[in-house]
Design a protein around this ligand. Structure first.
Ligand SMILES: Nc1ncnc2c1ncn2[C@@H]1O[C@H](COP(=O)(O)OP(=O)(O)O)[C@@H](O)[C@H]1O
Ligand SMILES: Cc1ncc(COP(=O)(O)OP(=O)(O)O)c(N)n1
Length: 280
């Protein structure tokens, strides 16, 4: 009997491999969890931005989900780009009575500024998916939309995280600090009435395509292995720090995070700041 755990990502695609499903699968592999995926939207994007989006038909997304879930029970599920109300309703129906740990990265806008979720869905996700979540991982603009709270300080991050749990019904929320300023990044977790902060140095790099996907996928992988929410977040934070420190200068725009950054720590260039390193 295999002891390898599995995780399922339900999300959109990035043909350049830096974000979305492709990024999630790399992270699952790196965290030694068997990765599975259900595609919601096919996105023609690259490191410079989004060119076009095609949403798959909801009945076909359901067929993909059924094909996985009737065969394999994942040890954790993550959702990323869920762009329409109909997709949200489908996933909510499928996960309603499930006890599988469920991480929501409420992807709304790509770093390039391109919208990945329509306006109605930004409101509807609050009622459909968020109450089912084990952990929700919004960045600052996403947390502002979910809560209506303007976020500029650590105190605002805390208020928003608490709101997502106490008012919207998630088990835990991590309001990420990547979009704020300062020498450090601080991500604030609220769960079971307690706050925990997770810090890292802030790297001065433009190569941050896929940071949110990478962070949430790492948390999902650790939950799949049975780690607590606090432990999974701590490992996720270390993972994203190294994935950004060793991010890659691929493409003409914002290069992607490096899912094997943590492994590089064991190599001779340990500690060196190599972000922007070409892969050749
Ligand atoms: N320049 C940076 N240096 C170090 N960590 C960062 C940097 N930018 C973002 N992070 C971290 O990456 C993760 C994703 O953050 P964020 O950029 O806020 O989300 P998103 O990619 O969803 O916009 C968080 O843990 C955040 O603190
Ligand atoms: C298909 C798809 N899903 C999510 C994103 C957003 O990724 P994120 O990790 O939030 O980082 P950026 O790509 O916005 O830098 C995406 N671009 N595509």
């Amino acid at each position: 009997m295999s002891t390898v755990k599995s995780a399922l990502t339900i999300a959109g695609t990035d043909p350049t491999g830096g974000a979305g499903i492709q990024a999630d699968l790399k992270v699952f592999q790196e965290r030694e969890v068997f990765g599975m995926s259900v595609v919601t939207s096919v996105v023609a994007q690259n490191t410079e931005g989004v060119r076009a989006v095609q949403h798959l038909d909801v009945p076909f997304i359901e067929q993909q989900l059924d094909a996985v879930l009737e065969d394999i029970t994942p040890d954790a599920i993550k959702t990323g780009m869920i762009a329409t109300v109909e997709m949200m309703e489908l996933i909510a129906r499928k996960l309603k009575n499930s006890s599988i740990p469920y991480v929501i990265d409420p992807v709304m806008v790509a770093k390039s500024g391109d919208s990945l979720m329509d306006d109605t869905s930004r409101q509807v996700i609050r009622e459909t998916l968020i109450p089912l979540a084990t952990v929700v991982t919004p960045n600052v603009p996403e947390a502002e939309i979910l809560t209506g709270i303007e976020i500029a300080t650590q105190a605002d991050q805390k208020l928003a995280a608490k709101y997502i749990v106490e008012e919207l019904g998630a088990k835990a929320a991590i309001v990420k600090g990547g979009h704020l300023t300062g020498e450090e990044t601080e991500d604030i977790l609220y769960t079971d009435g307690h706050y925990t902060s997770y810090y890292s140095e802030r790297f001065q790099t433009k190569h941050t395509h896929g940071t949110g996907c990478t962070f949430s996928a790492a948390i999902a992988a650790e939950l799949a292995k049975g780690k607590s929410i606090e432990e999974a977040t701590s490992i996720g934070k270390e993972f994203i720090r190294d994935a950004i420190q060793f991010s890659l200068e691929i493409g003409k725009g914002n290069g992607p995070t490096n899912a094997w950054g943590l492994r590089l720590q064991g190599l001779p260039n340990e500690g060196e700041n190599v972000h922007g390193a070409p892969i050749r």
